[in-house]
Design a protein around this ligand. Structure first.
Ligand SMILES: O=C(O)CCC(=O)C(=O)O
Ligand SMILES: [Fe+2]
Length: 308
């Protein structure tokens, strides 16, 4: 069972049910690796608005989307067409389309000169005209909510609530719109909306249009379908937080096979500053968060794959 968390209770330490909720978060984070969260600060209306904006973008003719094709960049900003990402080397590249945007360094930031791929400039399409403000507004809300959730997760796994606080001032956050058309007639057993994978970073805050499709791998084998209506979120965890917390938080494999209906989902991959040491707490090792992200991006985005 994936725990269903009331965000208002989780975020209020004075609430009588708070400790019980922390316990459920602990189970979700350290056992299953998935939670669902409702009654949080992002409304169903906000989610409908952002999903509708992505939908209007994805339905544009290919020439319009080509203008912001991430394959023309050395980063992961803009549109990724079908087959632009291969998350499982044993499966074919995914048939989904994506639109990615991320943290924007401000104009005076000295890091700009370093041209780091995970802080690359965003690419915005001309159409839909309201796309940028809608996505930007949702991005800000989703980052704030994710940071609040991480505080609670830190407490739930026995760390100080402030454990993550100073590590997300320049988050390598990536907001993605996923567009899954209905499962193509040519699709084989090796074709997926998104093939089996674990997310790469810390916390993923996923909004969906309510259409089923996401499946989470059970430890003993088999798959659990997870759905969340608009305004309710699926939370899962990536590889980085798993090794950072010595396995107290789990990165669980998941996938979307796809079915007869199209589907949209909007994950925020919320990751720390690039120079955060994410080596297992207490290990004395150093693993830079940016290095892990860059490695995984170059393994999975087809246009960034290292050749040879
Ligand atoms: O569409 C979904 O429900 C999941 C998407 C996903 O796993 C991802 O984008 O990493
Ligand atoms: Fe994922």
């Amino acid at each position: 069972m994936i725990p269903r968390i009331d965000a208002a209770v989780a975020l209020d330490p004075t609430h009588p049910e708070h400790d019980k909720t922390l316990q459920a978060i602990h189970t979700g984070a350290s056992d299953i690796g998935f939670l669902t969260v409702h009654n949080g600060p992002i409304s169903a209306h906000d989610v409908s608005t952002v999903i509708d904006a992505y939908h209007r973008f994805f339905l544009l003719p290919p020439e319009a989307k080509e203008q912001v094709n991430m394959a023309t960049t050395k980063s992961n900003r803009g549109w990724g067409g079908p087959q632009s990402e291969q998350v499982d080397p044993d499966a074919n590249p995914d048939y989904k389309q994506v639109f990615d945007c991320g943290f924007q360094l401000n104009a005076e930031d000295p890091l700009r000169a370093e041209n780091l791929s995970y802080y690359a400039p965003n690419l915005w399409p001309k159409d839909p005209a309201d796309f940028f403000p809608i996505i930007r507004d949702y991005y800000d809300k989703a980052c704030a909510f994710s940071l609040d959730l991480l505080k609670v997760i830190a407490t739930a796994i026995g760390e100080d609530a402030s454990f993550f606080d100073d590590k997300f001032t320049r988050p390598m956050a990536l907001l993605r719109g996923n567009y899954y058309p209905k499962r193509p007639s040519w699709a084989t057993a090796k074709d997926f909306g998104i093939a089996t994978h674990t997310d790469y970073g810390c916390l993923t805050l996923l909004a969906t249009d309510g259409t089923p499709g996401l499946e989470v791998r059970k430890r003993g084998g088999g798959w659990i379908p997870v759905t969340a209506p608009k305004g309710e979120f699926v939370i899962n965890f990536g590889e980085m937080i798993e090794f950072w917390t010595q396995g107290r938080v789990k990165a669980t494999p998941h996938r979307v096979v796809g079915g007869k209906d199209e589907r949209l989902s909007v994950p925020l991959f919320f990751n720390p500053n690039h120079d955060t040491n994410v080596a297992p707490v207490g290990s004395g090792e150093v693993i830079r968060a940016g290095d892990h992200m860059e490695k995984r991006f170059s393994e999975t985005y087809v246009h960034l794959k290292s050749k040879g």
